[in-house]
Design a protein around this ligand. Structure first.
Ligand code: NAD
Length: 244
């Protein structure tokens, strides 16, 4: 027996990076896992979380195949760079529609099934950007601040439905997303070192480390935890970086 035996998990953005690590971890721990992704690869279900029709169809397909939804990991997200003048209205709407409304939309579609689960958990991938002003990331940070508030508000509304709702706040994690940012930098190795140095432990977080934190919050092992945010950030939230 493992802690997810008999449970069905939906992971959005599950085809890459943190989401792929979550899908692997939950599968290894006994869950039946459905990956929902706009680029699903061979094993996933095509679903753009900014499209309500696709979201409802994807959740219906999961329920038809597996019989329900017990765990929902709202992980799909996109980045945005710039100060407050750096993004026009269309860009604000596009990013918030994926990062914030996307999480609400998928949760809304899965809600009736989560209510039937008996041990339901939702885990949202938030970010250290919800807590700490990161340079040149106004829109992204606003979206993750909203994810934190969304998590707390949903957690209180669904206490009596038996659905625990939490989020994780990764620091900079070594995923294809960050790889793309590094590739675009004038000196990728220097930029990687600078990102690592920004975190007090002096290293990037791994996708697996975030996945294990998400798995903990999704599992019955965290049965008394709801409405909280777990940092996986190399000490970035609580500690002052020291010169290295
Ligand atoms: P990634 O780019 O490696 O993976 C993101 C996945 O989401 C991709 O498979 C992509 O196809 C999918 N996706 C993007 N838009 C989508 C949409 N509209 N509908 C469905 N799927 C969509 O990124 P990652 O680094 O693994 O990031 C995953 C999550 O972690 C994001 O929410 C991100 O904000 C958050 N996060 C990442 C870091 C980091 O440093 N990597 C730090 C903090 C938070």
């Amino acid at each position: 027996m493992t802690d997810f035996d008999g449970l069905t998990a939906v992971v959005t953005g599950g085809a890459s990076g943190i989401g792929a690590a979550v899908a692997k971890t939950l599968t290894e721990r006994g869950a039946k896992v459905a990956v929902l992704d706009v680029n699903p690869g061979d094993d996933g279900i095509r679903c753009d979380v900014s499209d309500d029709t696709e979201v409802r169809a994807a959740i219906a397909a999961v329920v038809e195949r597996f019989g329900g939804v017990d765990v929902l990991v709202n992980n799909a997200g996109i980045g945005a760079q710039g100060d407050v003048a750096g993004n026009d209205d269309a860009e604000w709407h596009r990013v918030l529609d994926v990062n914030v409304v996307g999480m609400a939309r998928v949760t809304r579609a899965a809600l009736p099934h989560l209510k039937n689960s008996g041990c339901a958990a939702v885990v949202n991938t938030c970010s250290i950007a919800a807590w700490q002003g990161l340079p040149n990331r106004v829109l992204y940070s606003a979206s993750k601040g909203a994810v934190l508030a969304l998590t707390l508000a949903m957690a209180t509304d669904h206490l009596d439905d038996g659905i625990r709702i939490n989020c994780v706040c990764p620091g900079t994690a070594d995923t294809p997303w960050v790889g793309r940012l590094l590739d675009a930098a004038p000196d990728p190795e220097k930029e990687r070192a600078a990102l690592a140095a920004r975190q007090p432990m002096g290293k990037l977080v791994t996708a697996d480390e975030v996945a294990h934190a998400i798995a903990y919050l999704a599992s019955p092992l965290s049965g008394s935890t709801t409405g909280t945010a777990l940092a996986v950030d190399g000490g970035m939230y609580g500690l002052r970086p020291r010169p290295r």
